[in-house]
Design a protein around this ligand. Structure first.
Ligand code: PLP
Length: 282
């Protein structure tokens, strides 16, 4: 694996950043994870736009242009000789001890690239099992809402909670108990043919896959409601699924031990999964 750090390639063992790097000291940075299908980085412009948005919120200046970043990503992909891959780019605020942002902070850029290993097709045929986190509550007023920062502790704890119960993932809630998202995914339900998902104003990450799925649903004439909902609505749903860059559209069969729609794979989920898989080929 070749890793690019501030424009230079290093092998995995030689790739190192300073212990004074603020990403290490404070989780002070932003990142994006992208999927490469047959040599093409999917939704690259959307990922770069979200990266800039995240950076702007945390007051981190990215001096590189989108074209420069794209070049670096493609070079990393080529150096690793991969066609189906996951690319991860992160910008940390550079070296600095102390929270003060004044002075010469030089953000550093790291690009990782690895082969993409698909999830078992069985997950897509049968659906996965998720829990609702009891530990992780995301506050609707948090300054970090909608930011893909390198501080992923709540997400790590939620995922760990799921792992401890043998579930695929855990959904997080806000302080009023409204469902937000998965640890690294967005969450949807379908009730009487209507596609329902939490609105962005709840502070969820504006998932690129979420946006594309909403667009595909709209184009297919599926009614959409972006609205807040509580677990009770999930238990009455006909279908449920998760979305993200790696899993695409992943059916959910069980939520908190309750089987959705008698465990049957839903038609809307299947339609959107197929449409998404068609879209990535374009
Ligand atoms: N929500 C969270 C908290 C995430 O970390 C992610 C992806 O990492 C998503 C949603 C889904 O985003 P995307 O579809 O852009 O991968």
């Amino acid at each position: 694996m070749y890793i690019k750090i501030n424009g230079k390639f290093y092998t995995k063992d030689k790739a190192k950043v300073s212990v004074l790097d603020r990403g290490f000291l404070y989780g002070d940075g932003v990142f994006e994870t992208m999927r490469v299908y047959n040599g093409h980085v999917f939704a690259l412009n959307e990922h770069l736009a979200r990266l800039r948005n995240s950076a702007k919120t945390i007051l981190l200046k990215i001096i590189k242009t989108d074209e420069e970043i794209k070049n670096e990503l493609i070079k990393t992909l080529k150096k690793n000789k991969l066609k189906n891959a996951i690319l991860r780019i992160s910008f940390s605020r550079g070296r600095g001890w102390g929270l003060n942002l004044k002075g010469e902070l030089k953000p550093s850029m790291v690009i990782l690239c690895r082969a993409f290993h698909p999830y078992p097709e069985e997950f897509y045929k049968k659906g996965v099992d998720v829990i609702i986190s009891k530990k992780v509550v995301s506050y609707s007023g948090s300054v970090l809402n909608r930011v893909k920062s390198t501080n992923y502790i709540p997400n790590i704890l939620a995922k760990n909670e799921a792992d401890d119960t043998g579930a695929f993932d855990a959904l997080t809630v806000d302080e009023k108990g409204y469902i937000l998202e998965g640890s690294v995914s967005n969450f949807f339900i379908v009730k009487k043919g209507v596609l329902i998902t939490a609105p962005l104003k709840t502070g969820i990450l504006p998932g690129i896959t979420r946006e594309i799925v909403l667009k595909l649903a709209k184009m297919s004439g599926i009614k959409i409601e972006e609205k807040k909902f509580k677990p009770e609505l999930i238990y009455k749903a006909d279908e449920a699924f998760l979305t993200n860059t790696s899993i695409e559209v992943l059916p959910v069969k069980i939520v908190n031990g309750k089987i959705i729609n008698k465990g049957r794979m839903g038609g809307v989920t299947l339609k959107l999964l197929n449409k998404f898989r068609d879209a990535v080929k374009e």
